[in-house]
Design a protein around this ligand. Structure first.
Ligand SMILES: NC(=O)c1ccc[n+]([C@@H]2O[C@H](COP(=O)([O-])OP(=O)(O)OC[C@H]3O[C@@H](n4cnc5c(N)ncnc54)[C@H](O)[C@@H]3O)[C@@H](O)[C@H]2O)c1
Length: 379
């Protein structure tokens, strides 16, 4: 079958990547979607069970650092678009093992860029109609100060903004904010962003970079705050909170991020950067309280009865105080608007994890590796 476009999505078995793969496979039957993923501990093919048999979907187990394999794949499938999400993504792991982050996030991104460059430059039409879209994070901008610890009325809103609708400072990260990463994770992502822009400026590669705030929703590996806490509350295990829980993050429902990626991949301006976020700031401790109340309510417990599971632990080294994204450029230029209000998104998310305990047990036990071996050993 002849496809209109052939797109590699890297990291498609991970949290955000699986939502992007699902959206593209279902929305664009005329595109062939190749999910390139190494299946590290964070990659899980069970995240994509509902699309794995679709004709326009293929999975390839490979490392983005493996230049020959990536180049061969590009040639074999005549790739004209890359949406790059594969990464090591957990800050705590980067503090323990920064080399793995430099390897995957920096060398891996550079490998993809160089393979795309070599392949696209070998074609008669060159870079015409091609696109290299790199997914990055707001953490590259460093940290904002908590100038208003009690919260002030936020000057901006979107549909995602919570009913509680606070800002904890007057500054926001814009596309012009200077990079100032603090953790090995954000330093590696910043470095990869620079390489992507350098490939545009040096070779004319049609690149785009987006920087998004914290995502939440189904299929997130349960080392991250929201799924970890939902699971712990369910099993009445302690909820470790860094420092005083005062750190502020800006939360966006993962499907709204995937919709932004779709829009920007098709309509975004080459060589441009877009910040993605929903103007939805929360202190960690407040979000934990909302999650506790929601889990309690949905499990038929007394709302708030599990508050005593909160356990304050020594703060993370170099813990950034506040992230807050200004996404007005994306709203203004491409008309993107998140679809889900935070209170609705959190309810949907908690419900999903409670209804999918088997998924949770599976990813935490490592059984999904056996699932993979069984599914793919003979292909
Ligand atoms: N999670 C967030 O809140 C958030 C926010 C903004 C940006 N991002 C960015 O979005 C991207 C995806 O994040 P996520 O939370 O879905 O991550 P994740 O950790 O859930 O998934 C990462 C995926 O990449 C794969 N992978 C890792 N190393 C690889 C390698 N060397 N070769 C091929 N595949 C490899 C893993 O197997 C996994 O499937 C990352 O680039 C991250 O920096 C994440």
């Amino acid at each position: 079958m002849e496809f209109k476009r052939n797109i590699i999505i890297t990291g498609g078995a991970g949290f955000i990547g699986s939502h992007v793969v699902r959206l593209f496979v279902n929305k664009y039957p005329e595109y062939r979607i190749i999910n390139l993923d190494k299946l590290t501990y964070a990659g899980n093919l069970a995240n994509l069970k509902d699309v794995e048999d679709k004709e326009n979907y293929a999975f390839v187990k490979a490392d983005i650092c493996d230049y020959e394999t990536v180049k061969e794949l590009m040639e074999k499938y005549n790739i004209d678009g890359i949406i790059h999400l594969a990464a090591e993504s957990h800050v705590d792991r980067s503090i323990k093992d920064p080399f793995t982050f430099a390897r995957t996030n920096v060398i891996g991104t550079l490998t993809l860029l160089q393979a795309a460059k070599e392949y696209w430059e070998s074609l008669p039409e060159g870079y015409e109609g091609k696109r290299f879209y790199h997914i990055s994070t707001d953490e590259v901008y460093g940290a904002l100060e908590l100038t208003n610890p009690e919260g002030i009325e936020s000057p901006f809103t979107t549909k995602a903004s919570s009913e509680h609708h606070h800002a904890y400072g007057t500054e926001f990260f814009t596309e012009e904010t200077k990079y100032n990463p603090h953790s090995p994770y954000s330093a590696s992502k910043a470095s990869s962003d620079h390489f992507v822009r350098a490939f545009h400026d040096t070779y004319g590669m049609p690149t785009i970079v987006t920087n998004c705030s914290n995502n939440y929703g189904p299929y997130q590996f349960p080392e991250k705050l929201i799924p970890l806490f939902i699971n712990n509350i369910r099993h009445r295990k302690p909820l470790p909170v860094y420092g005083k829980g005062e750190n502020v993050r800006d939360w966006l429902y993962v499907e709204d991020h995937a919709r932004a990626i779709d829009l920007i991949f098709h309509k975004g301006k080459i060589a441009d950067t877009y910040n993605i976020g929903g103007f939805n700031e929360w202190k960690n401790i407040d979000i934990i309280k909302v999650v506790i109340k929601t889990v309690d309510r949905l499990l038929g417990r007394k709302e708030g009865e599990d508050m005593d599971l909160i356990t304050y632990v020594t703060d993370r080294k170099g813990h950034d105080m506040r992230y807050a994204i200004d996404s007005r450029k994306l709203q203004r230029e491409l008309g993107w608007e998140p679809s889900l209000q935070f209170e609705e998104g959190i309810e949907k998310t908690v419900r999903w994890y409670l209804d999918n305990q088997a998924w949770m047990d599976n990813v935490t036990s490592g059984d999904y590796q056996m699932y993979y071996d069984e599914m793919y050993k003979n292909r």
